[in-house]
Design a protein around this ligand. Sequence first.
Ligand code: SF4
Length: 339
Amino acid sequence: MKEKTRILPIFISFQGCPHHCIYCNQEKITGVQDMTPEKAQKELEEGLKGQIPLEVAFYGGTFTSLDEDLQEAYFSLVTPYLGKEVTGIRISTRPDAIEKDHLVALKKKGLKKVELGCQSLDPEVLKKAGRGHSLEDIKKASRLVKEVGLDLGVQQMLGLPGEDFASFKKSLEEILFLKPDFVRLYPTLVLKETGLAQLYREGVYKPLSLEEAIQWASYGLGVYESHKIPVIRIGLQATEDLAEGKDFLAGPYHPSFGQMVKTDFLVRYLLNLLEPEERIQRIEGSGQMVSNLVGQHRRGRKALEKGQGPIAFKNTLDRVLKVQTDKRQIVIGEKDLCI
Ligand code: SF4
């Protein structure tokens, strides 16, 4: 099911992190430095002027490793709005910074969702990424989040040092066992001022190409879709500096990465529904669905028409995708897909 509630992210860049993971530069990704409860208060007040209800998210650091006073200071900003403008709080944190009693206490204060930075479930890749935690930490933390009755989000990366497609696929399979409520997929970028930038300059690390990253991510999206696990984000949020290439050295960055992945997934999904020799004649549906299928520079349309011949596309107000073939009409509804 798609998330309907707006998320107000408050970035606590690197706060609580025991060290910097090899690929990570939160300040470059988020453009935020030195978050404080006072600054967070201002962001919250601004955020409350927009669409409500919303969820407040403390992202970009290791929330559960912050000093208790600081955790309390951040949470207490949100407390007056809970159950009214704000439906709950979510945090991102590391798998080795999770304790059951602590989660129970945070839940009582409004915590609803925990996003675990897992990145890979291959012990070798975790090591090379300088994560500093084990696969067992991921399994244990995921279990505790679920036991406490919180929603579990898993952040997974693709193309980290030492990860090939087989390792990525294995991580996907392992993540299914964690039973996440939602997932985020991020291709590895070589950001400036990171350990990965050093490895890249030394020629030790080679990032995925954009096409490879799209293929991997759309495969991953297919696996999660087939298990009804929503992938709520694919690719980093586009910032001006990322778009201008100021903050990253190399890697599969594209401002529309997520849509390109959805396009490839939808094309494959649709072709898999067809019988041998069945031909698509017309596709119509809501703007979002059709535009994801047609894709950037008609990527999806070209892929479909390559094997199918010309197809008529039409935007309608329907919230379903109607695919007219030479044999029947196929209807793909919101319930069929999480994207
Ligand atoms: S990846 Fe997560 S744990 Fe590692 S440095 Fe970045 S914010 Fe901290």
